[in-house]
Design a binder for this molecule. Sequence first.
Ligand SMILES: Nc1ncnc2c1ncn2[C@@H]1O[C@H](COP(=O)(O)OP(=O)(O)OP(=O)(O)O)[C@@H](O)[C@H]1O
Length: 465
Amino acid sequence: MEFPDEHKNAVINLVLNHWDMSGVLELLDNFYPAEEEEAGSSEETENSSAGTHTLDMFVQATCPSGQGGVQYGSATDLLAFIKRISGTAHGTQANSNIHLNQDTGVLLSKHDMILQNGHYRIDSEVSLFPWKRIYRNADSAHIPKGAFGRVHLALDCVTRKRMACKLIPLEHFRYSDVEIQARFGHENVAELFGAILREGTLYVFMEAGEGGSVLEKLDSCGPMREAEVIWVSRQVLQALEYLHSKGVIHHDIKPSNIVLTSAKAVLVDFGLSVQMSEDSQVYNPKDLRGTEMYMSPELVLCGGHNTKTDIYSLGSTMIHMLTGSAPWVRRFPRTAYPSYLYIIHKLAPPLEEIPESCSTPLRSVLHSALHRNPARRGSASALLQHHALNPTTNQTRYTSLDSALGEGTRPFLSQFSNTSDTTQDSSLSSEDSSPGKKGGSLYLDLGALAGYYHLVRPPPSAEYN
Ligand SMILES: Nc1ncnc2c1ncn2[C@@H]1O[C@H](COP(=O)(O)OP(=O)(O)OP(=O)(O)O)[C@@H](O)[C@H]1O
């Protein structure tokens, strides 16, 4: 049966508005089969004749006249999309039919990320900014980046939604880069908003840690106060409690992978994460994954480990937060020790690095988190119950990093309480932040507080336009 074009478009729009991918595909089957065959566009036809409904077929069919291939979808749609991308990236998908010359992707956030005719174009629909150019120094184009990804601040030009956007070259893309965040939403896991493939690079949009990473804090300010360490550790443990309950091991807990928003700390970088199968108690690694200084002794041995390895890495991260240096590096300078694996194997745990000033309750948390024997190491749930991490009624219960600061700064900070973002310097440097820089927090340093005021103001509108 032949349908007029207006009728087709109206029905497609109706289904898109009440988003249902299977409904859309079914409709497309009814509307377009003859046209696809006639068009004879080889790859498309081959695919559809094989009975596979690919995103590209969907894109081509719904956007016949130059419209883009970015669609709103569910987490399942996003997972299907990135599965195909990772197949292409690693050459395991023979005829994946990914159109590298056309943007394709799936956005989860229908209300905050506005698509224009199936496009989400950099600069017209969404703008990307190097963090530091926005918040610190107009001359600097510093972009926080890891081994493979560069992370920008992104702004939807219509809704003004602020996000982080990680750019991953296709050849370095791993399915887990997106999979875990797509499947496991938690308030302490950076929320995923979508992913778009454009010109061989995957743009992954997610919740922005506009306050920078914990490593950046340590680099700027030196060791953190105990209250701050407790506040951050609690947030990370909440994320780990959830992830571990799903059998997920993050594998790279460290200060640079914990980022701060105005009200919470969230985990990022799930590229090394794995989910253990339901019945297995042990994950047997094929490779060594993680960042040396924070690695557990059992992980270094490569003989099998479980979720407790993340707890050990969090213990190492807590040492870094309390001292300003990653474990081991002060006793064994990196210049002299290119690898810490043997040191960790022989000497772990680094309990003597716990500063003398550390309170007895927090010390006991560290002893539990850093226990050499994973079976005797506290789980995330157990540590969350520990009284050191659970301020009693006599103690303040902190709701943000700001509120974890001393009473003395409150009047000053309250001037800015209407500002929602605790945005700060986003410079990223070494893993071992110099302990000699400043004794306290950025927030407690008056000079830095002045800078803080500067930083939390909204970015200059000229740059956003
Ligand atoms: N959502 C975010 N908000 C703010 N900053 C972020 C966000 N995601 C990542 N970053 C910053 O960018 C840095 C690099 O990102 P990420 O760790 O995801 O990349 P990577 O290439 O996988 O890095 P790695 O070398 O640690 O494996 C992080 O260490 C962090 O400081």
